[in-house]
Design a protein around this ligand. Structure first.
Ligand code: IMP
Ligand code: MG
Length: 170
């Protein structure tokens, strides 16, 4: 399979610096509770968290995803729940990519029911042309075309997560 680099490591780190500054300004005087959507968002969480200058806490959840293919089953399932309560917290859901929006739509209604003080979304990538659900994405790293992408946490059949850049897989 052929990989074509779409977003270099250098551009990624520069953009994450910008997002970190934006979030630090938006949450001045507060503590941000980052929720990592496993597995794809682990790299983004690690880099973004280190660029946020207000106090940060983190927690992790996992949802079922694509399995082996490159198209969604349309069904979302929580496979690992959070350890900590969200009540009264300033929550940002950190996701690898907003594709159809089904995952984020499911997560937002689940997490809203746990009464956070606020609830926002940071998605490293967005494929706006694929959106089926109108989900609010407050912080976006990059918009990408409708191609299957890997690297920087995103996988194909569990591979390529460790690539430091984003590549299209053909
Ligand atoms: P959704 O379609 O917005 O619900 O996206 C569900 C999940 O599919 C994302 O969180 C990713 O884990 C995965 N996904 C969507 N598009 C891609 C892609 O291009 N490469 C790798 N994973 C993807
Ligand atoms: Mg994911």
């Amino acid at each position: 399979m052929a990989l074509e680099v779409l977003i270099s490591e250098e551009r990624i780190l520069a953009r994450i610096g910008e997002l970190g500054r934006e979030i630090s300004t938006d949450y001045a005087g507060k503590t941000v509770h980052l929720i990592c959507v496993l597995k794809g968002a682990y790299t983004f969480l690690a880099d973004l968290g280190r660029r946020i200058e207000v106090p940060v806490t983190v927690d992790f959840l996992a949802v079922s995803s694509y399995g082996k293919g490159t198209s969604t089953s349309g069904e979302v399932q929580l496979t690992k729940d959070l350890d900590l309560s969200l009540e009264g917290k300033e929550v940002i859901v950190v996701e690898d990519i907003a594709d159809t929006g089904l995952t984020l739509n499911y997560l937002l209604s689940l997490l809203r029911s746990r009464r956070p003080a606020s609830l926002k979304v940071a998605a490293f990538l967005s494929k706006p042309s694929r959106r089926q659900m109108d989900v609010p994405v407050d912080y976006v790293g990059f918009e990408v075309p409708d191609r299957f992408v890997v690297g920087y946490g995103l996988d194909y059949d569990q591979r390529y997560r460790n690539l430091p850049y984003i590549a299209a897989l053909d």
